[in-house]
Design a protein around this ligand. Structure first.
Ligand code: AMP
Length: 207
C-alpha cells in the first residue's frame, strides 16, 4: 500500500528527522521543499533567486515551490511531505494535485523550537541532523553517519529563527486550522524523545 503523508509543524519541530525515518520505514519519497530550495538557492526565477527569501526567513514565492512539489509528487508512488504547504494557497494547490492518507502535526512549544534551531547542526554531505547539546555527534563537527562536515544553516541564527516562527504563525497556522476543521489532523507531542514520536506517527499511519 502506498502512503501519502503530510507532516506539519513549526521550524524545528522535527519534521525533517521524522520524515527521514518514515521514508526509510515505508520506502516512500521524502519530499522537502526546504532541501530542494537549499540545493537551488541561486536558481534564477522571475521573482529573483530563493536565497534572498531564505536568508531573511521569508517564504519563497508560491509558484516556485508549487512547481517543485508538483514535479516531485508526479514521480512518487508514496511520499512524506515536509515543509509544504506553508500557506493556504499552497494547501489549495496541493489538494488539486493529490489526496492525502494522513495529516500529522508535531506540536512543540516556542522556546523549545528556538533552542532546537539555534543549536542545530546539519551534515553538509548527507543532511543528517544533530544538536550541540541534545544530540551531539561522537566527534565535534563530524557526521556520525558519513564523516561529512557539520555546518550551521544560515537561517538557524536566533534572529532568523524567530522570524521564521513569526512567518509560521502568520502563514502556516491557518493551514493547520483548516486540517483541524476537516477532522483530518492528528496531533502528536513533538517534545517526546524522537523514537517515541516516530512510534506514535507509525501508529497513526497504520491505524
Ligand atoms: P525549511 O528547511 O523547511 O525550514 O525551509 C527553509 C526555508 O526555505 C524557509 O524558511 C523558506 O524560506 C523556504 N521554504 C521552504 N519550504 C517552503 C514553502 N513551502 N514555501 C515557501 N518557502 C519555503
Amino acid at each position: 500500500m502506498s502512503h501519502r503523508i503530510l507532516l506539519l509543524g513549526a521550524p524545528g519541530a522535527g519534521k525533517g528527522t521524522q520524515s527521514g525515518k518514515l521514508a526509510d520505514e515505508y520506502g516512500i519519497e521524502h519530499v522537502t521543499t526546504g532541501d530542494a530550495l537549499r540545493a537551488n538557492k541561486d536558481m534564477e526565477t522571475e521573482y529573483g533567486t530563493p536565497r534572498s527569501f531564505m536568508e531573511a526567513g521569508e517564504l519563497v514565492p508560491d509558484p516556485v515551490v508549487n512547481e517543485i512539489v508538483e514535479a516531485a509528487l508526479a514521480d512518487a508512488d508514496g511520499f512524506v511531505l515536509d515543509g509544504y504547504p506553508r500557506n493556504p494557497d499552497q494547501a489549495e494547490f496541493l489538494s488539486e494535485i493529490t489526496d492525502l492518507d494522513a495529516v500529522i502535526l508535531l506540536d512543540v512549544a516556542d522556546e523549545v523550537l528556538v533552542d532546537r534551531l539555534t543549536g542545530r547542526r546539519v551534515c553538509d554531505d548527507c543532511g543528517a541532523n544533530y544538536h550541540v547539546d541534545f544530540q551531539p555527534p561522537e566527534r565535534e563537527g563530524v557526521c556520525d553517519e558519513c564523516g561529512g562536515e557539520l555546518i550551521q544553516r544560515d537561517d538557524d541564527t536566533e534572529e532568523t529563527a524567530r522570524e521564521r516562527l513569526e512567518v509560521f504563525y502568520e502563514n502556516t497556522e491557518p493551514v493547520i486550522e483548516h486540517f483541524r476543521e476537516t477532522g483530518d489532523l492528528v496531533e502528536i507531542d513533538g517534545e517526546a524523545p524522537p523514537d517515541e514520536v516516530f512510534s506514535r506517527i507509525r501508529d497513526v499511519i497504520e491505524d
